[in-house]
Design a protein around this ligand. Structure first.
Ligand code: SF4
Length: 748
């Protein structure tokens, strides 16, 4: 392996390299001026919401309210490149299928609506009206509405998501798989059982008051980089930041803030993590059980602050059952599972006991497991043990990866909708919505393979590439009668069909959205339940590009000729959509007025007020079955899929992973040096990954600071190792972060 592709990174996260990378991203997209103007508008009160992650905007925004990866996302969408008729005439679908995912998405913005012509194997132009009519014909020809599925990616605005769920329900199905199924569904399923709401209870201001941060299974330096500014402020207040992550991540170690000239000019940086624990991949529940077990012991030893009995007595149920379970858990099993020491657990428990208000932030390292929902509930248990929910400076903080994934769920994008939502839809719109649960992403793929689902409409995202079990998923895509992709960019999910296929070009966040009533704004909801407006400013790539609300309205009007809903009127003026949201979704009173305020408004969160919307009316402790490790003699290692620093979900901006020292490639597997030595491997050796379900070749091994027994490879390249039925029973989230494998040297 050339030194060029593997050179350790010694710098802090952020810093000059982040600025250089930002400039390169704008330059590579051929619109540095437009891109730069867009960045000055990103996350500003009168600007547009960054299409990246869902980290909230501070109350008092600075002129530069974006991070390096936000800049890549904005540059990717404001690119000067557009692909239309000529491009698709020059490239057959078979030829496009042979290209890399990075190449496909970097060709430019989609400029015209397209229909697949199976005679020529090319996409050809189609008129919007004909596209809508074709979709309508297919949907009306299905023997049951449950033969159609409506996928949503977290980029979809509140207005588009609300219309989309309404359309699917008037059409007659709850088949609304969404990207949340693949990431934070365990949060949306687990937290309501524990505290009564499926969202975080923390606001940005709580970070100003907290006395301790616990960070579980996320890499903010890459996936929500503006969080580093918040962690920097916390660290500079001398507040301990305790990290649990199998991999050493630069963004959790030290940060040089580009917003602070003194740091940039003097080359200083702020150390973030005060304690960095590297448990084995997939041992999260055991880590949490170990901490709680030690706290109970410390309480018996008379250590003050170990357990908040007053809070437990007044606000919770189920603590005795959990305590009994913790008493019976064997320490040796916890140590074997986690790879941590008794001293580690003592240190962590002492820090936690010493804090009166603690925030626990987490990402997919907690949720993407067979026990993802249980992991989330154990995290809630730990916080409830000390009353760290519903008090200033404390709370649970799931950090969402997509800008409006939380908003989409709030709008009703939910394959298992709550009866009160369906009742409200019936009251307001006068039709009986379907009551049977719909399908999640993995269920949807199974149903396509069985022939039950025959039409898939995707609002953004890259369904087939994001899903697990690549071979079966691609096979499923080829069996669909119709696939419709509403997208800004070309991706692989547009190229796997054998039946009818349409690609419909959508406006991006930075694009000006003009409808019959004038310039429109949309709204989004961030990880901390702040709802705010997003207004595009730049001319769309072509006159043929349309907004997501307009596209949904066009499809609905063409598919439901007898609909009671005036779809096109709603698309003409989004204020009308917001008036309907106000009637159907709780918490949106005076929506139009409140969203005009700079920064928008906060959606009420009952748990943050210590009102527990659980069946018992109390916060609920939940015992757990310790996550007995899934490794075996045949599959002795646990692999987690990860994102590189030049990637956003399935979108690969470039082939580098600066903080981990990887350049120009994505075929790497990160492994502990001792585990490599035990197999006679050295950095650069070609290897195969053998899993329970599949075997993948074409990788090289790289020595990295990762916990023993753990390894990591990139998402989606390693998705083929995960079987379609390898998911969390409660949330249906695939086990992307705990795949038992064996590593074999590839024959030369
Ligand atoms: S932190 Fe997230 S939302 Fe903020 S600029 Fe970066 S990618 Fe965009």
């Amino acid at each position: 392996m050339s030194d060029e592709s593997m050179r350790p990174y010694h710098g802090a996260a952020g810093g000059w390299d982040a600025l250089v990378s930002t400039r390169r991203a704008l330059k590579e997209q051929g619109a540095p001026a437009t891109g730069a103007r867009a960045l000055l508008k990103a996350n500003q009160p009168d600007g547009f919401d960054c299409p990246g992650c869902a980290w909230p905007d501070p109350k008092h925004t600075s002129s530069f309210e974006f991070c390096e990866n936000g800049a890549k996302a904005v540059a990717w969408e404001t690119t000067s490149r557009t692909i239309a008729q000529d491009f698709f005439a020059a490239h057959s679908v078979s030829q496009l299928r042979a290209q890399s995912d990075h190449w496909l998405e970097s060709q430019g913005r989609l400029g015209i609506p397209l229909r697949y012509d199976s005679r020529t194997d090319h996409y050809v132009p189609i008129e919007w009206a004909d596209a809508y009519a074709l979709i309508g014909e297919h949907l009306r020809s299905l023997t049951t509405p449950h033969a159609a599925a409506f996928y949503t990616s977290g980029r979809t605005s509140n207005e588009a998501a609300f219309l989309y769920q309404l359309f699917a329900r008037e059409y007659g199905t709850n088949n609304m798989p969404d990207c949340s199924n693949l990431c934070h569904e365990a949060t949306s399923v687990g937290l309501p059982k524990s505290i009564g709401v499926g969202k975080g209870t923390v606001q940005l201001s709580d970070f100003d008051q907290t006395q301790l941060i616990l960070s579980f299974g996320h890499n903010p330096g890459t996936n929500h980089p503006r969080m580093l500014a918040t962690l920097r402020d916390v660290a500079r207040r001398g507040v301990p930041i305790v990290v649990f992550n199998p991999m050493r991540e630069r963004g959790l170690e030290r940060f040089r803030s580009p917003q602070h000239p003194a740091e940039m000019l003097t080359g200083t940086a702020t150390n973030l993590a005060t304690h960095y624990f590297q448990p084995r991949v997939g041992s999260d529940s055991s880590v949490l059980q170990g901490i709680m077990k030690r706290l109970l012991e410390m309480e018996r030893e008379g250590v003050a602050g170990s357990v908040d009995r007053a809070f437990i007595g007044e606000h919770t149920v189920g603590f005795e059952a959990l305590s009994e379970q913790l008493r019976t858990v064997d320490w040796q099993q916890i140590l074997n599972d986690t790879g941590l020491s008794r001293e580690d657990f003592d240190t962590i428990a002492q820090l936690y006991a010493g804090s009166n208000c603690t925030i626990a932030a987490y990402g997919m390292g907690i949720t993407q497991h067979r026990h993802g929902t249980q992991n989330v509930q154990q995290l809630a248990n730990l916080l409830l043990m000390k009353g760290n929910i519903g008090t200033a400076g404390a709370g649970i903080c799931p950090v969402r990866g997509h800008s409006n994934v939380q908003g989409d769920r709030t709008m009703g994008i939910d394959e298992r909708p709550a009866p009160r939502l369906l009742d409200r839809i019936k009251e307001v719109f006068g039709f009986e919505p379907p009551r049977a649960d719909g399908c999640s992403v993995v269920e949807c793929i199974e149903q396509i393979l069985r022939g039950d689902v025959q039409v898939l409409i995707s609002m953004g995202g890259n369904f087939a590439v994001a899903a697990p079990d690549t071979v079966r998923t691609y096979d499923a895509m080829s069996r669909l009668r119709l696939t419709v992709g509403v997208h800004t960019k070309l991706n692989r999910s547009h190229l796997l069909h054998r039946g009818e296929a349409l690609i419909l070009p959508a406006l991006a966040r930075a694009d000006l959205d003009v409808q019959r009533s004038g310039i429109q704004c949309v709204t989004v909801e961030d990880s901390m339940s702040m709802v705010h407006a997003s207004r595009g400013f730049k001319a769309p790539p072509t006159q043929q590009t349309r907004s997501e609300p307009a596209i949904v309205a066009g499809i609905a009007a063409a598919s439901l000729p007898h609909s009671r809903i005036r779809w096109r009127d709603l698309a003409d003026d989004y204020r009308a959509i917001r008036r309907l949201i106000e009637q159907v979704i709780p918490g949106f009173e005076d929506f139009e007025e409140r969203v005009k305020k700079p920064g928008g408004f906060h959606l009420p969160n009952a748990a943050a007020q210590r009102r527990w919307l659980t069946p018992s009316g109390k916060a609920q402790f939940s015992p757990a079955s310790v996550d007995s490790s899934r490794v075996s003699a045949e599959f002795p290692l646990m692999l987690a899929t990860i994102r590189s620093h030049d990637q956003y979900n399935t979108t690969v901006y470039a082939m580098n992973d600066r903080y981990r020292g990887v350049h120009g490639r994505r075929d790497v597997v990160f492994m502990h040096e001792d585990d490599m030595r035990a197999r006679g491997l050295t950095t650069g050796d070609a290897i195969r990954l053998r899993g329970v379900h599949a075997e993948l070749s074409g990788f090289v091994v790289v020595a990295y600071a990762i916990s023993r027994g753990s390894c990591a490879a990139y998402f989606p390249e390693a998705n083929g190792l995960i079987s379609l039925d390898d998911f969390d029973e409660q949330s249906h989230t695939p086990a992307y972060k705990s795949i038992p494998i064996q590593i074999i040297r590839a024959r030369s």
